[in-house]
Design a protein around this ligand. Structure first.
Ligand SMILES: [Zn+2]
Ligand SMILES: [Zn+2]
Length: 293
């Protein structure tokens, strides 16, 4: 069996429908994220950004030192597209997510009254400026997590656009063998084990995908099979938790040979909260920094 990766709004809708059948308990959450991911996909065609350029000298240095091509703070954001998406996301959150609805309403009103500058919000997220978020939380009396969530969701199409453009700088003759994203340096958020035995890691921030070894911890580069394990349950053999005894970290993943569903990795990521609970119960910590995402 082979799973296919979704890349259009229609495929995201198919992927959500298939997942809802498998996990009815996630129905409400999946409906919510389907709207978010479709809104992001729709926004992609509006994005206009000048290309990020990396000089030959810089590229040679990055390659030699195995540095990522850019820092997260260097991603370019199309303000018009991101602000339009932010408004749409706030409306989705207000209508469908009780927990975050009040904060989303405050964010939308604060933008309308110019108390909140969306461009400052976006750049503060990219710079991981915690002081900015703390101040907004206090000034607007809103939940910091919701603020970061809607900001990240809104800039993601621009981030993905930049990532796709930057990927052309990568050297296909020398595959990346590090555990962090070759483009932005972020940790992987999800992995997919392909039919042919290849493993693909997905950046937890820009969602760029790169090939990795199967028996490998991307967080500490451990390759010792005695201390690397994976777990799955009989009811859902297509999911797995890869854990490392050396750094006590886990990564969620999907095994394509056990499903023929259309897969949209960001959706699989949110539909597997039970795996996070399971992994944490087993004493492992997540390898991704979720505080401002
Ligand atoms: Zn990345
Ligand atoms: Zn490790």
């Amino acid at each position: 069996m082979t799973a296919h990766l979704a890349s259009t709004s229609q495929q995201i809708t198919h992927a959500t429908a298939a997942l809802k059948k498998l996990r009815p308990a996630y129905g409400e959450l999946l409906n919510f994220y389907e709207k978010i991911f479709v809104a992001q996909e729709d926004s992609r065609s509006d994005i206009k950004l000048a290309a990020l350029k990396i000089t030959k000298e810089m590229l040679a240095l990055k390659k030699k030192e195995k540095f990522p091509l850019i820092d997260v703070s260097e991603f370019r954001i199309d303000p018009k597209a991101a602000i339009a998406l932010l408004e749409r996301i706030c409306a989705i959150v207000e209508a469908a997510n009780k927990e975050m609805a009040d904060s989303a309403r405050v964010i939308r009103k604060a933008i309308a009254s110019e108390t909140l500058n969306p461009q400052a919000l976006f750049s503060s997220l990219l710079k991981a400026d915690h002081a900015y978020f703390k101040k907004l939380k206090k000034d607007l009396a809103i939940d910091k997590k919701t603020l970061a969530f809607v900001a990240y969701i809104s800039i993601k199409p621009s981030v993905v656009h930049c990532a796709e453009q930057l990927a052309s700088y990568l050297d296909s003759d020398h595959p990346w063998d590090k555990g962090f994203c070759p483009l932005c340096g972020s940790a992987p958020g999800f992995s997919v084990f392909e039919d042919e035995g290849q493993r693909v890691l997905f950046c937890g921030f820009c969602w760029h995908q790169w090939a990795a070894q199967r028996i490998y911890c991307p967080f500490c580069e451990n390759k010792d099979s005695n201390s690397l394990h994976y777990y799955f349950s009989e009811e859902e053999k297509y999911y797995r938790i890869d854990s490392c005894d050396s750094c006590k970290t886990y990564l969620k993943g999907l095994d394509q040979k056990n499903t023929d569903r259309v897969i949209y990795p960001p959706l699989e990521f949110v539909a597997t909260l039970h795996l996070d609970i399971k992994a944490q119960e087993m004493g492992f910590k997540s390898g991704i920094q979720l505080e401002l995402q």
